[in-house]
Design a binder for this molecule. Structure first.
Ligand code: NAD
Length: 357
């Protein structure tokens, strides 16, 4: 930690409004940007939310694409692009979780369409410059500041409909973004501060959401934690944890948030020996001297899925998943070997408590 004040920090061009009822400011914000032909984006599940947004902005709504899907399949991207061109859209408004935000980000990068995002889950994607498209079972991700939303409106009231079980998984997905920027061998003190506050906010609020789903203070704190976690990921790094999750999502169609929730404790255990200072700080934020176990126990407390088996991953795909994960180069504090990666995946598949490597 002796060189921890030797760092670089490049914030992203964030523009945020946060608060209960904040979505009511959408139309005045659109007008201040001069946008008048918005393409509203939602998943099929949240089509009603999209209709409400269209009603709220009246004549400034030019269309509604309600087919956003997990991991931005190229077919979905192409269909949304076609609609945006057809209605001559001058911006997108993505209301939903990371899947919808992801579609808005891909359109921002590839079609130069300013993107407004109204997050309703804890994916945190709106705070990062990471965008993705999935084609031929491979999820390709890249960083580009053009993906960062022109405006993000956080309205915790919109997260009340997020079922507690998914709120827990989504919150753990957010926590992962923070954790990889704390339990690292290259601590950036500014990013680590954001990330530690994110972990504390999420660890405090998520159990409350499980027991009191309508607790607005908890919902607000969780959304705040997710935003900070996204900021940490956006300006920080990813490592083995995100690489495995992207493989399981892009190549095996595993649900994103749940996959993160299951793997996080195992990824922390994998890197613990190589990241003693960061892992201790993470443990402190979780009031534990064993950060990986604290995360594993938190997942249990949140009644989240604990094994890949539970969410439909096939045991015979462990080897292939390890090989795909290692297809491209990525950095990680602890060197990654195929055998250790298979062991990690097996632990996660079986849902055992995290083991040291
Ligand atoms: P999601 O967006 O697919 O949402 C899951 C389901 O929950 C969807 O049907 C959605 O419509 C619904 N939903 C969302 N909010 C709701 C609410 N308040 N009430 C009721 N239903 C609601 O899942 P997600 O976990 O939010 O996002 C996952 C996607 O985001 C993945 O593709 C992942 O790769 C991406 N992601 C990207 C980044 C990044 O930085 N680029 C970061 C995190 C996640």
């Amino acid at each position: 930690m002796s060189n921890s004040f030797n760092f670089e920090y490049k914030p992203l061009p964030w523009n945020i409004i946060f608060g209960t009822g904040a979505v009511s400011k959408l139309n005045q914000e659109l007008e201040s940007f001069g946008f008048s032909k918005a393409l509203v984006l939602t998943t099929p599940n949240q089509a009603d939310e999209g209709c409400k947004i269209s009603n709220l902005i009246g004549n400034n709504a030019a269309g509604h694409f309600d087919q956003a899907a997990m991991h931005v399949p190229v077919e979905t991207f192409n269909a949304a692009t076609k609609m945006a061109r057809h209605i001559n859209a001058d911006c997108t408004i993505a209301i939903g979780g990371g899947s919808t935000t992801g579609l808005g980000k891909a359109l921002a990068v590839k079609s130069n369409l300013p993107n407004i995002v109204i997050p309703t889950s804890y994916a945190g994607s709106e705070m990062t410059n990471i965008w993705a498209i999935t084609e031929n079972e491979r999820k390709i991700t890249a960083r580009d500041n053009a993906a960062v939303p022109t405006l993000t409106i956080y309205d915790p009231g919109l997260t009340l409909t997020l079922p507690p079980k998914f709120a827990a998984a989504s919150g753990l997905n957010a926590m992962a973004q923070a954790v990889v920027n704390i339990a690292t061998d290259n601590i950036n003190p500014l990013i680590s501060s954001l990330a530690l506050d994110a972990v504390r906010a999420l660890a405090n609020s998520l159990p409350l959401i499980i027991t009191e789903p309508k607790n607005m203070k908890a919902r607000s704190e969780a959304l705040y934690g997710a935003s900070l976690a996204g900021a940490a990921l956006g300006t920080g790094t990813t490592s083995l944890h995100h690489k495995i999750c992207h493989t399981l999502g892009g190549s095996f169609n595993m649900p994103h948030a749940e996959t993160h929730a299951i793997l996080l404790a195992h990824s922390v255990a994998y890197n613990a020996a190589a990241t003693p200072v960061g892992t201790e700080k993470l443990g402190d934020a979780l009031n534990s001297d064993n950060a990986a176990l604290a995360i594993f126990n938190l997942v249990e407390r949140l009644k989240g899925p604990k094994s890949l088996q539970e969410i439909g991953f096939n045991e015979q795909d462990i080897d292939r998943a390890a090989e795909i994960t290692l297809e491209s180069v990525f950095s990680n504090p602890e060197p990654v070997t195929v055998d250790k990666l298979k062991k990690l995946l097996r632990n996660a598949y079986e849902g055992t408590a995290p083991q040291s490597f």
